[in-house]
Every structure is written in structure tokens, then in C-alpha cells.
Design a protein around this ligand. Structure first.
Ligand code: DQA
Length: 137
């Protein structure tokens, strides 16, 4: 079964409680559970990983190379707008990825409009809520 890695960045562990006007009421566990079920139907092995820090996310991207992950779905959260290091990790492993944002980052503060990931991504989904992850899968 092809392996799909779903990566979530800082503060996304608080989904369901955090700024629900932007991010909705679903918890990250609920979103991940749905993705795992959808993966089963599609014949994909879905693994989820979330961290509030940059290094564990970078290390997980590196590990994806050796565990033969076929595709990555990533919501880098605030690292979208700051992390050249996480971008470089994705470029280094050369695993195709889709960038997902729950909110429409282009309709919010100016600093959210720039992403370190979008020009490397196979696709970008923003503003559709948790369905964005399902479409990416
Ligand atoms: C986010 C948008 C980012 O700007 C923000 O820092 C997040 C979540 C989203 O899913 O809409 O934490 O990536």
C-alpha cells in the first residue's frame, strides 16, 4: 500500500478549540481519523504526525525518505510563513507534497499571504476547512 504522510505544524493540536472562526470545530484527532478511514477505502496507508516545533517536523520529513513515503500532505501552520528550513527539508527528500490550509490565508493578515512552500508544492488547498485534507488525499 502506498504510504501517505500527513504533517501538521504548530498549534494545530488545539484544533476544535482554537479560533474556531478560522479553523472550525473539528479536532485534529477527528480529522486524522477521517483521513485514515478514507485511506483504507482508497488503499493507502495514512500516517499522521503533528509537532509544535520545527526540528521534529524536519526529522519526520527526513524519515519519510527512508520509510518510502510516496506523498506528503502538509499544513505547516505558522511555519508556512517563516520556515525556510522545513521548505529545504521537503526539497531535499524530493517527495511530492500538497500544502493544505484550513483557512484562506489570502483573505487574512498580510503576513499570511507569503508561503515558503507553495512554489514547491504539487498543489495548494486553502480555505475549505478540514475537507481540504480529504481532497488532498
Ligand atoms: C493555517 C494558517 C496559518 O497562517 C496559521 O498560522 C495556522 C493555520 C491554516 O490551516 O489555515 O496555524 O495553516
Amino acid at each position: 500500500m502506498p504510504k501517505i504522510l500527513v504533517l501538521n505544524g504548530p498549534n494545530l493540536n488545539l484544533l476544535g478549540d482554537r479560533e474556531i472562526q478560522h479553523y472550525g470545530k473539528d479536532s485534529l484527532d477527528t480529522i486524522n481519523q477521517r483521513l485514515a478511514e478514507q485511506g483504507k477505502r482508497l488503499g493507502l496507508e495514512v500516517t499522521a504526525f503533528q509537532s509544535n516545533a520545527e526540528a521534529p517536523l524536519i526529522d519526520r520529513v527526513h524519515a519519510a525518505k527512508s520509510d518510502e513515503t510516496a506523498y506528503i500532505i502538509i499544513n505547516p501552520a505558522a511555519f508556512t510563513h517563516t520556515s525556510a528550513a522545513l521548505r529545504d527539508a521537503l526539497a531535499a527528500v524530493r517527495i511530492p507534497f500538497i500544502e493544505v490550509h484550513l483557512s484562506n490565508i489570502h483573505a487574512r493578515e498580510e503576513f499570511r499571504r507569503h508561503s515558503y512552500f507553495s512554489d514547491l508544492a504539487a498543489g495548494v488547498i486553502a480555505g475549505l476547512g478540514p475537507v481540504g485534507y480529504e481532497l488532498a488525499l
